[in-house]
Design a protein around this ligand. Structure first.
Ligand code: NAD
Length: 279
């Protein structure tokens, strides 16, 4: 069984936690908005915190489809390294105590999860309403953007193993294309691509429109592990507050909200939800 840290709270932190639990209990509709931070304790590093991820893989080359195609052509080994670093931790990850606690919140108050993550961990934790505004690493779409299949976790794991081997040896480009063939549609199902929103793309639909509506309709908006640096996703907390929702933020870094609970997702979320369900 996974070891779960239990944070010891100071008096003022206990007060904030109780206040947040009261805000949640008083709500008729809740939005839980998650970023990379909630999955950090499942072993999936965030891009911003992880020792210079964007310095090793410059945003200009790796954060847009055009950049990725150019990078793959010029330096397939580097692209293989990038894709490996993104998919390998996701292929091995499992939901943590924070994902699981959020799934239990549904039993108390109607809850919509809006996630910027592409890792599928909220669904794996059994949340029934999850909107993936940046897409999913497991989804496939046609070049017109229509859903056209999925890759499974074991397939993602095999992809990662093949990509890792490309660090050494010859023929990097064809080996990389072969490794990611399930993603890019070099097969019988025609041409497709992973369902991921990169820089310059529109947000994943209909999830984004539904997320904006959910933010407007909720009376408590709780954000967990979001830097607020990624737009337009970062507009959702403002949209919720502008429509009268109370706001809670859970993050080790100071975050704008009515109540900021300082700490990691697994330290705070399970204790908060326990308070909501027991009092
Ligand atoms: P982000 O904007 O999602 O911010 C990460 C936030 O998490 C920071 O505020 C940080 O203080 C906080 N954090 C770090 N560890 C935490 C913990 N244990 N508990 C709670 N909060 C914690 O950051 P990003 O990494 O730059 O991601 C940008 C985008 O890239 C995301 O919006 C997402 O689309 C994608 N991404 C997804 C995943 C994933 O699917 N797991 C991982 C990395 C990046």
């Amino acid at each position: 069984m996974a070891f779960q840290r239990r944070k010891v709270f100071t008096m003022s932190q206990t007060h904030e936690l109780t206040l947040a639990a009261e805000m949640l209990r008083a709500s008729r509709r809740i939005v839980v908005f998650t970023g990379a931070g909630i999955s950090a304790e499942s072993g999936i590093p965030t891009f911003r915190d992880d020792g210079g991820f964007w310095e090793r893989f410059p945003i200009a080359d790796f954060a847009s489809w055009r950049g990725v195609i150019r990078a793959g052509w010029k330096n397939p080994r580097k692209l293989a390294e990038f894709v490996y670093e993104v998919i390998q931790p996701i292929a091995d990850a499992e939901p943590n105590a924070a994902h699981r606690a959020i799934a239990t919140l549904e039993a108390h108050v109607p809850t919509t999860v809006v996630t910027q993550n592409i890792d599928g961990l909220h669904q794996e934790a059994d949340n029934s309403k999850v909107l993936e505004i940046h897409g999913s690493i497991f989804g496939l779409v046609s070049l017109q953007g229509t859903d056209c299949g999925v890759v499974t976790k074991p397939q993602l794991r095999r992809m990662a193993t093949r990509l890792e081997r490309i660090r050494h040896g010859w023929l990097a480009l064809p080996r990389m294309l072969w490794a990611i063939r399930r993603w890019i549609g070099l097969g019988l199902r025609g041409i497709h691509r992973p369902k991921l929103v990169l820089f310059g793309d529109g947000m994943a639909q209909p999830d984004w429109e539904q997320a904006v509506q959910a933010a407007r309709d909720c009376d408590c908006f709780i954000q967990i592990g979001c830097s607020g640096a990624v737009y337009p996703a970062a507009l959702l907390p403002e949209e919720a507050a502008a429509h009268g929702a109370t706001t809670i933020a859970i993050d080790p870094q100071p975050t704008q909200a009515d109540v900021w609970l300082s700490g990691t997702a697994t330290e705070i979320v399970p204790q908060l939800i326990e308070l909501v369900s027991t009092t």
